[in-house]
Design a binder for this molecule. Structure first.
Ligand SMILES: *[C@@H]1O[C@H](CO)[C@@H](O)[C@H](O)[C@H]1NC(C)=O
Ligand SMILES: *[C@@H]1O[C@H](CO)[C@@H](O)[C@H](O)[C@H]1NC(C)=O
Ligand SMILES: *[C@@H]1O[C@H](CO)[C@@H](O)[C@H](O)[C@H]1NC(C)=O
Ligand SMILES: *[C@@H]1O[C@H](CO)[C@@H](O)[C@H](O)[C@H]1NC(C)=O
Ligand SMILES: *[C@@H]1O[C@H](CO)[C@@H](O)[C@H](O)[C@H]1NC(C)=O
Ligand SMILES: *[C@@H]1O[C@H](CO)[C@@H](O)[C@H](O)[C@H]1NC(C)=O
Ligand SMILES: *[C@@H]1O[C@H](CO)[C@@H](O)[C@H](O)[C@H]1NC(C)=O
Ligand SMILES: *[C@@H]1O[C@H](CO)[C@@H](O)[C@H](O)[C@H]1NC(C)=O
Ligand SMILES: *[C@@H]1O[C@H](CO)[C@@H](O)[C@H](O)[C@H]1NC(C)=O
Ligand SMILES: *[C@@H]1O[C@H](CO)[C@@H](O)[C@H](O)[C@H]1NC(C)=O
Ligand SMILES: *[C@@H]1O[C@H](CO)[C@@H](O)[C@H](O)[C@H]1NC(C)=O
Ligand SMILES: *[C@@H]1O[C@H](CO)[C@@H](O)[C@H](O)[C@H]1NC(C)=O
Ligand SMILES: [Zn+2]
Length: 696
C-alpha cells in the first residue's frame, strides 16, 4: 500500500488511491465566470421523519434551526446519568430511542445518519429526469442515463456475455489485420484490450505517492483464471446460459486451454526482490539485450506517445523466459486468453450488480463511482455554497492559528523540534469540499465527452470502463492528486504524503454543521473534525513525515523521546477500557486517539480565543439549560452517538483504527481539565481522573 491516511469512518482512502481512474484536472487555468448559488433558490423539501434534521439541505430561519437542534440534542441525551460519571451515556444514552433520528441511523452512528440523507438525495436526483433530458449530451444527463439503465438492467448476464464476444478485439478479422503489413506478435495482442487489461506482460499506470505523479508499473502476470475464489466454471456457464451441448463443450475446452496457458505464463515470470526504478530512456537502454523490443512494447502501449523521461517501475525479475515463451505460443491462444480475462473481469462486476435486491441504492453507488465529477456541480449548488465554504475555512484558520500558538507553549518540546513542527503546521494545506474548477459544467462535460450512454446497461458499463482505461493511460507523468474520497462522503481525511487536510461537503451538513449554528457548535462539530485531521499530522504515525509530506526525521532525540513517552501514556489509557469483558487496543487506535484528543482541545481553545469571552456563558439553544462552553463538549460527544450492535462492534475490534465511540468521548474528555471545569466534575470522579495524558 502506497500510503497510510485516515478517514474518520474507515480506511477507505488507501483503496481509492490505488484504484482511482481520474486523470487530469482538465483545465486548471480556465477562467469561466462562476455561477454562484445565492442560497435562496427553491430547494427540495425532504421531510419524511417529521423534521428537516438529517435532511439536506435545511433552509429554515435561525430560530427554527436552533430550536430543532435543541430538540435533537435533548432527545439523544439521558439526563438521569451524572455527566461526571459517564459523559457518553449522559450525551447519547437515548440515541437508540430518539424519534428525531431516522430509524436506520439509530442503530448506527450520527454521521451515518447524515450519509443516509446524502445518499437518499442522490437517488432522488438521479431519478428525476425526463426522457428528453436523458438524451442530452452533458455529463449530468449521462450520469442519469447510466443510473436509469442500471435500474432497468436485465439481470441476465448472458446479455453482457454475448456483447463482449462481439467486441472488436475478439471479432476482428485476423486475416485482414495481417494484410496491413504490420508484424503481428504477442505485444500487439497484449495491448488489444480497450479496458486496461494487458495480461501477458502487465503494464499499469500507477499513482506514486512519493513523487505525487502517475508512472508506469511493469509487473508479472498473476493466477486469475486458476483462482477458484474468482472463477468457477460452472457459475460462468450457468450465468451465461450456455446450455447447448456443442457450445458447452467448446466453452469448457477453451477454458482448459487458457487455464493451462495461464499456468505456463505464471511459471515463466518471477518478481524481482527490489523494484527497479528508472526513467523510460534509461530503462530501454539497460534492457536493450532483453528478448523483447521494449521500444516497440511502449510504442504500442501508448500509441507512440511514450516519453523517455517517464518513470518506470519494474518488478519483473528476468523477462527473457517469458518473452521466449510468449513468442513461441500461437497468437490464437494468446488472443483467447485475453478474451477470457476480459470476460472474467466483467463477470466479476456483473455479479455484484445483478445479485443485489436494493437496486436503486447499488445503482447509485455504481453511478457515483463512474460519474463522481458529473454529479458535483449539482451537488455543490444544492447543498453547499461559497458562503458555507468560506465559513468553514475561516473556522479552520482560527484552529490552525490556535494550534500554532499552542506549539509555542509545550515545554517538553525543544526549540529545534518546535520550529520544525511549526513549519509543518504552517505548510499544511486545508481543502474544504472541492476545488473551484469542479463547479464548471463545461470542464466536467469535457471529461465525459467520449462517453456515450444508451439504454443497455451492459453496453454502458463497457463504455465507462473503456473511458476509465483511456483516461488512465493518458495520465502518465502528470502531477495531479487523485481525489482520495468522494466529496459527498460524510468523512474527512489527512493525507501524510501531501500534508493535506480535506473536509468533505458531506460532513459539512446539518445536524453536524449549519451556517446558522452558534460558534460553539460549529467549533465543536466541524471544527473538531478539522482539528482532528490537522492533529493527524502530528500523531504516532505521521510524525515521521515532514512539512512536504516526505518521510524524514525532523525530531531531536530528546523531543522524540518525550513525544513517545506522552503517546504511550495515552496508549495505556486506551488499553484499559473494557468492552464486553475484552480490553480494547490502545496501540491499534493510537493515531486516532491522539487526533481526537488534540482536535477537541485545539478547537475548544480556538473557540475561546475567537468567541469564548463574549458568549461562553450564554445559553444559545432554546429548551436547553446549557452554556456554550457546556454545549461544546456535549456536541462533541453527540458526534459519536451510536446504536451499533455489540456483535458488530466486537467484530471490528481487531481491525478498526478508531476506538469505540464511547471511548473516543470518554478517553478524550478524561484528559481535559477544560471539560471538568465547565461541568464541575470533581477531581477523582470517573470523568476527571488524576492522571491526564496530554500530547499536543
Ligand atoms: C415536517 O413535517 C412535520 C410533520 O409532518 C411538520 O409539522 C413540519 O412542519 C414539517 N417541516 C417542514 C420544514 O416542512
Ligand atoms: C426535477 O428536476 C427539475 C428540472 O431539473 C426540477 O425543476 C425539479 O424541481 C426536480 N424535482 C425534484 C423532486 O427534485
Ligand atoms: C476474413 O477475411 C478474409 C479475407 O477478406 C475472408 O476470406 C474471411 O472469410 C474473413 N473471415 C471472417 C470470419 O469474416
Ligand atoms: C505490404 O507489403 C507488400 C510488399 O512489401 C506490398 O506490396 C503491399 O502493398 C503492402 N501492403 C500494404 C497494405 O501496405
Ligand atoms: C458460484 O455461485 C455460487 C452460487 O451463486 C456462489 O455461492 C459462489 O460464490 C460462486 N463462486 C464464485 C467463485 O463466484
Ligand atoms: C504449457 O507448457 C507445456 C510444457 O512446456 C506445453 O507442453 C504446453 O503446450 C503449454 N501449453 C500452453 C497452452 O501454453
Ligand atoms: C534476491 O533474492 C535472492 C533469493 O532470495 C538472493 O539470492 C539475491 O541475493 C537477492 N538479490 C538482491 C539484490 O537482494
Ligand atoms: C524496436 O522497435 C522499434 C519500434 O517499433 C523499431 O523502430 C526498432 O527498429 C526495433 N529495434 C529492434 C532492434 O528491432
Ligand atoms: C431478493 O429478491 C428475491 C425475489 O424478489 C427474494 O426471493 C430474495 O429473498 C431477495 N434476497 C434478499 C437478500 O433480500
Ligand atoms: C494491538 O494492536 C497492535 C497493532 O495492530 C498489535 O501489534 C497488538 O498485537 C495488539 N494487541 C493485542 C493485545 O491484541
Ligand atoms: C439552569 O442551570 C442552572 C445552573 O446549572 C441552575 O441553577 C438553574 O436552576 C437551571 N434552570 C433551569 C430552568 O433548569
Ligand atoms: C442495523 O440494523 C439492521 C437491520 O436490523 C442490520 O442489518 C444492521 O447490520 C444494523 N447495523 C449496525 C451497525 O448494527
Ligand atoms: Zn482520524
Amino acid at each position: 500500500m502506497p500510503s497510510k491516511s485516515y478517514g474518520l469512518l474507515g480506511a477507505l482512502i488507501v483503496m481509492l488511491i490505488v484504484d482511482w481512474p481520474w486523470p487530469v484536472r482538465v483545465a486548471r487555468a480556465m477562467s469561466i465566470s462562476m455561477e454562484r448559488s445565492d442560497g435562496s433558490q427553491e430547494l427540495m423539501k425532504l421531510n419524511d421523519t417529521g423534521s428537516s434534521l438529517f435532511h439536506l439541505p435545511t433552509q429554515l430561519n435561525e430560530y427554527e434551526v436552533l430550536e430543532e437542534l435543541g430538540r435533537l440534542t435533548l432527545a439523544s441525551m439521558n439526563q438521569s446519568v451524572d455527566p461526571c460519571e459517564d459523559f457518553y451515556e449522559y450525551a447519547c444514552g437515548n440515541w437508540k430511542q430518539a424519534d428525531l433520528v431516522p430509524q436506520r441511523a439509530r442503530n448506527n452512528t450520527f454521521l451515518n445518519g447524515i450519509q443516509y440523507s446524502v445518499n437518499e438525495m442522490m437517488v432522488k436526483y438521479l431519478k428525476n429526469a425526463t426522457d428528453k433530458e436523458l438524451k442530452l449530451n452533458n455529463a449530468e444527463s449521462k450520469a442519469k442515463a447510466f443510473f436509469a439503465s442500471c435500474v432497468r438492467m436485465s439481470k441476465d448476464m448472458s446479455v453482457g456475455y454475448r456483447l463482449l464476444l462481439e467486441m472488436e478485439e475478439f471479432s476482428l478479422n485476423w486475416t485482414d489485420l495481417k494484410r496491413t503489413n504490420e508484424t503481428l506478435d504477442w505485444i500487439n495482442i497484449n495491448f488489444l484490450s480497450q479496458y486496461g487489461m494487458y495480461p501477458l506482460l502487465p503494464l499499469k499506470v500507477h499513482y506514486e505517492t512519493e513523487s505525487r505523479m502517475f508512472d508506469v508499473l511493469l509487473s508479472t502476470s498473476g493466477n486469475v483464471l486458476g483462482n477458484s475464489d474468482v472463477v468457477d466454471l460452472k457459475n460462468l456457464t450457468r450465468d451465461f446460459k450456455i446450455e447447448n451441448e456443442k457450445e458447452l463443450k467448446q466453452f469448457n475446452d477453451e477454458f482448459e486451454l487458457v487455464l493451462e496457458f495461464e499456468k505456463n505464463l505464471t511459471m515463466h515470470s518471477g518478481r524481482r526482490n527490489e523494484t527497479e526504478v528508472l526513467s523510460l530512456g534509461e530503462f530501454k537502454l539497460k534492457h536493450k539485450e532483453d528478448a523483447l523490443n521494449w521500444t516497440r512494447y511502449f510504442d504500442i502501449a501508448f500509441n507512440g506517445s511514450a516519453k523517455n523521461d517517464w518513470t518506470v517501475q519494474n518488478t519483473i525479475a528476468d523477462v527473457n523466459p517469458l518473452a521466449h515463451f510468449l513468442h513461441k505460443t500461437d497468437l490464437a491462444t494468446l488472443r483467447t486468453y485475453l478474451k477470457w480475462r476480459t470476460i472474467v473481469k466483467f463477470h466479476y462486476i456483473w455479479k455484484f450488480e445483478t445479485s443485489d435486491n436494493s437496486t436503486e441504492s447499488s445503482c447509485r453507488e455504481h453511478t457515483e463511482q463512474y460519474f463522481n465529477y458529473a454529479l458535483l456541480p449539482w451537488f455543490i449548488d444544492n447543498v453547499y455554497d461559497a458562503d458555507r465554504r468560506a465559513d468553514i475555512l475561516q473556522l479552520a484558520k482560527h484552529i490552525k492559528e490556535t494550534f500554532y500558538d499552542l506549539l509555542g507553549k509545550y515545554t517538553w518540546l525543544d526549540d529545534e523540534t518546535r520550529s520544525h513542527a511549526k513549519t509543518k503546521l504552517r505548510a499544511m494545506d486545508i481543502t474544504v469540499g472541492y476545488s473551484d474548477e469542479m463547479r464548471h459544467r463545461e470542464v466536467i462535460n469535457k471529461v465525459y465527452e467520449d462517453v456515450e450512454i444508451g439504454d443497455n446497461w451492459y453496453k454502458n458499463l463497457q463504455m465507462v470502463e473503456k473511458n476509465r482505461a483511456r483516461v488512465r493511460m493518458r495520465s502518465v507523468n502528470r502531477a495531479i492528486i487523485p481525489p482520495l474520497m468522494s466529496t459527498r462522503d460524510v468523512n474527512a481525511y489527512y493525507a501524510d504524503f501531501l500534508n493535506l487536510v480535506f473536509i468533505g461537503i458531506g460532513i459539512s451538513q446539518a445536524p453536524f454543521y449549519h451556517f446558522k449554528y452558534p460558534p460553539s457548535i460549529k467549533f465543536s462539530g466541524i471544527g473538531n473534525i478539522i482539528g482532528h485531521e490537522m492533529a493527524h499530522g502530528f500523531d504516532s504515525y505521521c510524525y515521521q513525515y515532514n512539512y512536504d509530506g516526505k518521510k524524514q526525521n525532523w525530531w531531536t532525540e530528546a523531543s522524540l523521546r518525550n513525544f513517545k513517552e506522552r503517546y504511550r501514556c495515552m496508549e495505556s489509557q486506551y488499553n484499559k477500557f473494557i468492552f464486553h469483558g475484552v480490553l480494547t487496543n490502545g496501540t491499534l487506535t493510537s493515531g486516532d486517539n491522539i487526533a481526537d484528543n488534540v482536535g477537541t482541545r485545539i478547537s475548544y481553545h480556538a473557540y475561546l480565543n475567537s468567541y469564548g469571552n463574549l458568549d461562553g456563558d450564554k445559553k444559545p439553544l432554546p429548551g436547553l439549560n446549557l452554556t456554550n462552553k457546556q454545549l461544546y463538549f456535549l456536541k462533541f460527544a453527540q458526534t459519536w452517538c451510536s446504536g451499533k450492535e455489540d456483535a458488530y462492534k466486537v467484530r471490528r475490534m481487531k481491525t478498526d483504527v478508531h476506538a469505540y465511540e464511547e471511548f473516543r468521548v470518554i478517553g478524550t474528555l478524561q484528559n481535559m481539565p477544560e471539560f471538568s471545569e465547565v461541568y464541575n466534575c470533581k477531581l477523582g470522579s470517573d470523568m476527571n481522573p488524576l492522571k491526564k495524558c496530554v500530547i499536543w
